[in-house]
Design a protein. Structure first.
Length: 320
């Protein structure tokens, strides 16, 4: 009987160690690939969310610009040029009837006093204009301005206002305004593809909810969650980060702010949804890597056995 010298490693073990050393880089590369894949998928989700918010912010601007165009057309009416408020009242009523998301049309002097409001008959006492910050901006800047959420003093309904100054002889004669229902912006959200279990919010210049894809009525006119407020306080016009919804769910949030109006659009995607998608891809890649390693290990064991078996036979023959 032949005895291997002490300390000598059997050939099969050496072959297996050799194959293991060859497979180790593959295992490390697979682990690194899993990490990079997870990071890349987070980047893709971020990029997609920001692209969607930029597009939605542009859609919101377009909706507001349509209201401005309608007001500018109305401001050029003949009766208003002649200061015929009775004739203009009828024209404004016809314009209002064509737009279900308009609450009322008002006409005010530069000091903010309304002289016409379609919620009241003409020649009845009217309140002063509300949301005076946007009113003064329209008068002083002599340009269209979009206001923020407020309550209508007559109906007590929430609305936001779009204003157009009417300039004559190089001075502001009137400010023509339309009070728009929040449903205007809710329809904008409904026309979009809201991410699975995600929440989209449209926020005015003060950061208050104008529309929300979930629990719209409950949070109308209210600020977003504090964590989202902190994210949106960054000096950039857009951003991405981890926040919490008003319902308390951890989410990834992206926002984009309009340079024209100061309004913003934000989307919140649950962390569990994002991580589940990343996990599915990682498991798929990991399973493929494990299968490759197992296949390589099995092939190595088979080769080692095929190599050592003849050697064993020769050794047995030599001992005979």
């Amino acid at each position: 009987m032949v005895v291997l010298p002490r300390g000598r490693t059997p050939l099969r073990r050496r072959l297996l160690l050799l194959v293991g050393a060859a497979l180790l880089p593959l295992a490390l590369a697979s682990a690194i690939g899993l990490v990079l894949l997870a990071r890349q998928q987070h980047v893709e989700v971020e990029r997609g969310a920001l692209d969607t918010m930029r597009a939605m912010a542009a859609t919101v601007d377009l909706e507001l610009s349509r209201a401005i165009t309608a007001l500018e057309t109305l401001s050029a009416s003949g009766p208003l040029e002649r200061d015929d408020l009775h004739g203009f009242y009828e024209e404004a009523r016809r314009a209002l009837a064509l737009r279900v998301t308009w609450l009322t049309v008002t006409l005010a002097t530069p000091d903010g006093q309304q002289v016409l409001n379609l919620l009241r008959p003409l020649d009845t006492p009217l309140p002063a204009s509300t949301e005076m910050a946007s009113f003064r901006a329209a008068v002083e800047g002599r340009r269209p301005v979009t206001g923020n959420m407020t309550l209508n003093p007559i109906t007590q309904q929430p609305n936001f206002t779009v204003r157009v100054p009417i300039v004559r002889a190089n001075r502001v004669r009137y400010v023509l305004s339309v009070a728009m229902k929040p449903e205007t912006m809710l329809q904008v959200i409904e026309r979009q593809r809201v991410p699975a279990e995600g929440v989209i919010s449209i926020l005015d210049g003060r950061g208050m909810h104008v529309a929300r894809s979930s629990s719209h009525a409950e949070f109308l006119g209210q600020p977003p969650a504090p964590s989202l407020q902190r994210l949106m306080k960054a000096p950039l016009s857009e951003g991405w980060g981890r926040t919490t919804t008003l319902e308390g769910e951890p989410v990834y949030a992206a926002f984009s702010r309009s340079a024209t109006t100061g309004w913003a659009v934000a989307v919140s995607i649950p962390v569990r949804v994002v991580e589940a998608a990343v996990l599915r891809s990682s498991l798929l890649l990991g399973a493929g890597a494990l299968f490759s390693l197992a296949l390589g290990g099995g092939a190595a064991a088979l080769v080692a056995r095929n190599v050592t078996r003849p050697i064993g036979a020769l050794r047995s023959a030599a001992q005979a």
